[in-house]
Design a protein around this ligand. Structure first.
Ligand code: SDX
Length: 431
């Protein structure tokens, strides 16, 4: 007698049934393995937003949306936010364990010595108008890395996969900073190997030839923390995109570029940019009530950007950390942003409102992050680029995990066909 638990599905209309295995992981709900459902019953399952569908097994990140729990490789996000760094977190996501001092030193050295982009890549930017959205420039530039490295990567070779991960994590800040500087007509800056990861990025973003840049430890610490919080998040839309593209055997640069374009959407990573524009549109705290009213109006497609989440039906633990951090960072930087008061008032109003309470809509990771980016002088159009820099660690960790999974198959969902029934061609003069 097998000790595998099963779920029996009976199709009384066709007098057919299917005994489906119930799969469990370390934590979280069990999953019904429907692999044999079509063979046993002739039926597909239907779950267009994948709200009840696990697309893969993964050991990287765990989320409990009801309890507001987020673990990277088993470590609570609150502990990593307090004690780790983005680069150490990236190592953890990639390798499954926190590094020893020697392992981290080697990883950091590898990253540091892969930060430059090919000189020819700089010419690609000249094709963009100065007001091109940085996410468009980032996606195109990262996809173009395929042209520089496509021939020397064997996706089935573990060392090649690891080198691609190093290159992507290392070059993303360099390319991101180039997107920003191109948009304002400043010359690109080479990465400085004597600086740590976030300081190096801030230097490439803001250093100008005419005067030396004084780097702010407060800004660097704030950005490092935001990168930790944005590094991974299970099978979100952009990570699922990376996995789907990667499942075809596409190289990692093309797969990550697909993730960047998926992240851009305002329902996903583009929300942080949309939140700031929403707060600016609301303008003052006394206009919050009318914004909440609009967000509830079914005839108005206005939504409270930065609110709600497919998985979190409680506070997004990242939003809690960022909320506390916002006050601290703005205080330490001596920034008084009236939009923070609008955000706090909006959160207070929404969390008291039945519409949001009934639908379990809470602030998510994107609600406060933009206020901090703004305090760091990062322009609104660059907010989602910040998200992409951090999420590159998670994306490439998932891409590698998928390639290390024996028997991984190409992702190819089915559908419910609602088009015309079969019919014969009609000659043009008979239509
Ligand atoms: C990220 O998946 C991840 O893990 C993503 C992410 C990550 O780290 O990768 O966490 C990052 O993308 C965070 C989410 C950022 N997006 C936003 O802040 C955009 C605003 N939020 C939404 O559009 C929405 O909440 C989603 C997209 C986040 C979730 O959408 P769902 O799960 O499909 O929920 P839904 O659209 O079906 O909403 C359920 C109900 C609906 O009302 P009813 O039909 O029941 O009457 O809640 C309402 C929605 O109209 N609703 C909102 C709302 N979000 C949902 N109403 C007003 N304002 C909102 N923000």
């Amino acid at each position: 007698m097998s000790d595998t638990k099963t779920v029996k599905l009976v199709d009384e209309s066709n007098n057919r049934s299917s005994e489906l295995p119930l799969l469990s992981g370390t934590l979280g709900p069990a999953c019904v393995d429907i692999g044999n459902l079509y063979k046993d019953t002739g039926h597909f399952t239907y779950d267009p937003g994948y709200g009840s569908t696990a697309s893969t097994k993964s050991a990287i990140t765990y989320i409990d949306g009801d309890q507001g729990v987020l673990l990277y490789r088993g470590y609570p996000i609150e502990q990593l936010a307090e004690k780790s760094s983005f680069l150490e977190t990236a190592y953890l996501l990639l390798n499954g364990e926190l590094p020893s001092k020697g392992e981290f030193a080697k990883f950091e050295d590898d990253i540091t010595h892969h930060t430059m982009m090919h000189e020819s890549l700089k010419d690609f930017f000249k094709g963009f108008h100065h007001d091109a959205h940085p996410m468009a420039m980032l996606a195109a530039s990262v996809a173009s890395l395929s042209a520089f490295y496509h021939d020397d990567i064997d996706v089935d070779n573990a060392d090649d996969r690891k080198l691609a991960a190093i290159r992507l994590i290392a070059k993303m800040p360099t390319i991101a900073a180039a997107c920003f500087r191109y948009s304002i007509g400043w010359p690109f800056r080479y990465p400085r190997n004597n600086l740590e990861y976030v300081d190096r990025f801030l230097h490439m973003m803001f250093e100008v030839p005419s005067e030396p840049l004084t780097l702010s430890p407060v800004a660097a610490k704030a950005l490092d923390l935001l990168f930790i919080l944005h590094a991974d998040h299970e099978q979100n839309a952009s990570t699922s995109t990376v996995r789907l593209v990667g499942s075809t055997g596409a190289n990692p640069y093309a797969s990550i570029a697909a993730g960047i374009t998926a992240l851009w959407g305002p329902a996903h990573g583009g929300a942080n940019e949309a939140v700031l524009k929403m707060l600016e549109e609301i303008g003052t705290a006394d206009k919050v009530e009318s914004a909440v009213k609009r967000a509830k109006d079914k005839n108005d497609n206005f939504r409270l950007m930065g609110f709600g989440h497919r998985v979190y039906k409680n506070f997004d633990p990242r939003a809690k950390i960022i909320r506390e951090m916002t006050h601290k960072v703005l205080g330490e930087l001596g920034v008084n942003d009236p939009l923070l008061e609008v955000a706090l008032k909006l959160e207070e109003a929404a969390l008291k409102d039945d519409y949001f309470v009934e639908r379990k809509l809470y602030p998510n990771v994107d609600f406060y992050s933009g206020i901090i980016y703004k305090a760091l002088n990062i322009p609104t159009e660059m907010f989602t680029v910040m998200f992409a820099i951090a999420r590159t660690a998670g994306w490439i960790a998932h891409w590698i995990e998928q390639h290390e999974t024996p028997g991984a198959r190409i992702g190819r969902p089915r559908q419910i066909y609602t088009g015309a029934d079969v019919r014969n061609y009609v000659a043009a003069d008979k239509r």
